[in-house]
Design a protein around this ligand. Structure first.
Ligand code: HAM
Length: 420
């Protein structure tokens, strides 16, 4: 029989004893992010992975790369066009509008897989995991500070070095439109010098030309109009204030050429870039999207948020899972396993600071101890027939070979681990 492999760009994630492995780091990062979000009092929201395909056309935008060429959409058995979500924001707003909750404020987080049909390469997958946060119902002002404070907390907590947060302001929808028109009329003169990709962007989504990787276009853009000349003083002041408030914690730069790849943004936008990531260097991005709720048929609801890619984070973080005491539980009896197993059950129930790995495979005591060492356990607990009879266990430190193993009554185990 031929084997069936996973789809291109959709890797499996598989935790292991090697905590430096890509998957293990990703799971650790996931747990740490959840703690940070809870610490900021954000509440979880879980939306479906499949949505009406129109949702993304009307939010992410029909001219965006995501909707144009990256969306996974198909007709279901009822001939309805549905899509695998390429991002989380549109679904969150759809959910709030659907339940008529636009009049309240919300601080929400989500985490889960997203799908984009991109050409896979380092840091770019077709199925990837995003964690995102959205602050809904509050206009520009304090939410911007809360968001950047959260971004800095992620960078600090996950020990990310060599990174920078770029911030910009795209103005009101009106100002954004005026800037876009000025940019088009400037670039029209140079249209014949642009490559096909930039020509297409100029036609469909002119601000995206600012994102070009083409060096010639970059040169042309040096003299192009800047958004700086189209936004008001309050917007410029906000950028300056945010930069000065957080620069002693994280590196922050105002970058007036920063535009985002999704259509729904206006106002404050930002991205976090790592110099250790290669071509796909942006690991976090977001901004304000005050019009999205009304674009999706809801009431006006000023909103701001961001999402961070867990795969890209895993490449650059320096984290370890919160340390727990790791115990290898070795049953060294031939036929009284059930009673021995009860002791393992009791230890797990009593103390959530321990991770207890019960060796399920038959084998000699020596080979099980070797495995316990290999798995980096702190202690081995060994239960033989004599121990079972006396309601005791043998406890052996595996990190400190100088201490002798000792026999301990089962009912003292909990206080032993509590006191460590
Ligand atoms: P985005 O910039 O499209 O924003 O994606 C956010 C992050 O998802 C990126 O910075 C990157 O780390 C990760 N990411 C995107 N595409 C891929 C891929 N193909 N493979 C691996 N990682 C990827 C959004 O999605 C917005 N919804 C963010 C937002 C929330 N804005 C407001 N609220």
């Amino acid at each position: 029989m031929t084997k069936i492999n996973s789809l291109t760009g959709m890797p499996d994630l598989h935790d292991s004893e090697d905590k430096k492995s890509f998957s293990s780091k990703l799971f650790t990062v996931e747990n740490k992010l959840k703690k940070i979000f809870t610490n900021f009092n954000f509440k979880e929201i879980r939306t479906p992975m499949l949505e009406d395909a129109d949702l993304f056309l009307r939010s992410v935008g029909s001219t965006s790369d995501i909707v144009n060429k990256e969306i996974y959409s198909f007709n279901d058995r009822n001939n309805k066009a549905i899509a695998l979500r390429p991002e989380g924001t549109a679904s969150v707003i759809r959910s709030i509008v659907e339940r008529k909750l636009e009049n309240s404020t919300h601080k929400l987080w989500y985490l889960g897989p997203m799908w984009r049909y991109e050409r896979p390469q380092k840091g770019r997958y077709r199925q990837f995991n995003q964690a995102g946060i959205e602050i809904l119902g509050l206009p520009e002002g304090l939410p911007e500070f809360e968001i950047i404070s959260l971004v800095c907390s992620i960078i600090q907590e996950l020990n990310i070095k060599n990174c920078i947060i770029k911030i910009n302001h795209l103005g009101s929808p009106d100002e954004k439109e005026k800037f876009s028109k000025a940019l088009v009329s400037y670039l029209k003169e140079y249209e014949h010098m642009l490559d096909e990709k930039d020509k297409l962007r100029l036609r469909n989504n002119p601000l995206r030309v600012l994102d070009t990787k083409n060096l010639n276009t970059q040169k042309i853009l040096k003299e192009a109009p800047s958004i700086r000349d189209f936004i008001d003083d309050a917007s410029l002041l906000l950028l300056k204030k945010i930069k000065s408030q957080f620069s002693d914690i994280c590196k922050i730069d105002i970058d007036h050429s920063l535009v985002r790849g999704l259509d729904y943004y206006s106002g404050f936008v930002f991205e976090a870039i790592s110099f250790d990531l290669g071509a796909q260097d942006s690991f976090l991005g977001g901004g304000r999207y005050d019009q999205l709720s009304s674009q999706l048929g809801g009431k006006e609801m000023p909103s701001i948020g961001f999402a961070v890619g867990l795969e890209r984070l895993s490449e650059i973080v320096d984290v370890e899972e919160d340390t727990k005491i790791k115990i290898s539980f070795i049953i060294a009896t031939s036929n009284l396993e059930e009673n021995a197993y009860k002791i393992a059950h009791q230890i797990r129930r009593l103390n959530d600071q321990v991770v207890l790995d019960c060796y399920l495979k038959e084998g000699s005591l020596k080979s099980k101890l070797r495995k316990a060492h290999k798995n980096n356990s702190d202690y081995a607990i060994i239960v033989g027939e004599e121990e079972l009879e006396n309601n005791t266990v043998i406890i052996k430190s595996l990190q400190d070979e100088s201490t002798n193993q000792k026999v301990m009554p089962v009912d003292q185990l909990d206080s032993f681990f509590q006191d460590l």
